[in-house]
Design a protein around this ligand. Structure first.
Ligand code: CU
Length: 177
């Protein structure tokens, strides 16, 4: 009799364990990864400058430059950022080098006017990065930012970006799953 009771008790215990295990498995399965919650991502950027005085004649992006000429290049620093699609991007841009700059991000219709980015000023642009892919951030004020006419000698058409660079890049990634 005792044996029977013991067998019965262990049978009940076993059934109970199996039931518990299956409940916890079901729970785990139903806990799918939560959908990505878009975030606000803020970046501090500066307008930086590189320059040099030539020690010999060079071709500077298709243009002849002489010994003694000064070459200047302006950059956004950092010049490359990555966010997830759906994130709100806040770029705080500090104009440290160069008298003035502007900011144009055609992919997101975002813009800072040059009046807001005179030397020493900081301006903010904010947008929702709602398109995946690699997008460009331009400063358009520099003489050679865009070709003003077709430049077959360097393979560029009117309106193509030839100079600067004052070009940054924003990589918008598909949200993690
Ligand atoms: Cu600029």
């Amino acid at each position: 009799m005792r044996r029977k009771i013991a067998a019965l008790v262990s049978m009940i215990a076993l059934v109970g364990l199996v039931a518990l295990a299956s409940i916890s498995l079901t729970e785990q399965r139903s806990k799918a990864a939560p959908a990505y919650q878009p975030q606000t991502r803020e970046f501090l950027m500066v307008a930086g400058e590189w320059d040099t005085t030539l020690k010999k004649d060079v071709r500077d992006r298709g243009v002849a430059r002489k010994t003694g000429d000064k070459l200047e290049r302006y950059t956004f620093d950092p010049g490359f950022i990555a966010v997830y699609r759906g994130d709100t991007v806040v770029l705080k841009i500090h104009a440290l080098k160069g008298d003035e700059h502007d900011v144009d991000i055609p992919a997101f219709g975002a813009h800072i006017d040059k009046k807001e980015l005179q030397r020493g000023m900081e301006a903010t642009v904010r947008f929702v990065a709602n398109k995946s892919g690699l997008h460009r951030v331009f400063c358009t004020i520099h003489d050679e930012a865009y070709a003003s006419k077709d430049r077959p000698e360097i393979g560029k058409k009117k309106g193509d970006l030839v100079g600067g660079p004052m070009v940054g890049h924003i990589l918008v990634l598909d949200p993690p799953r």
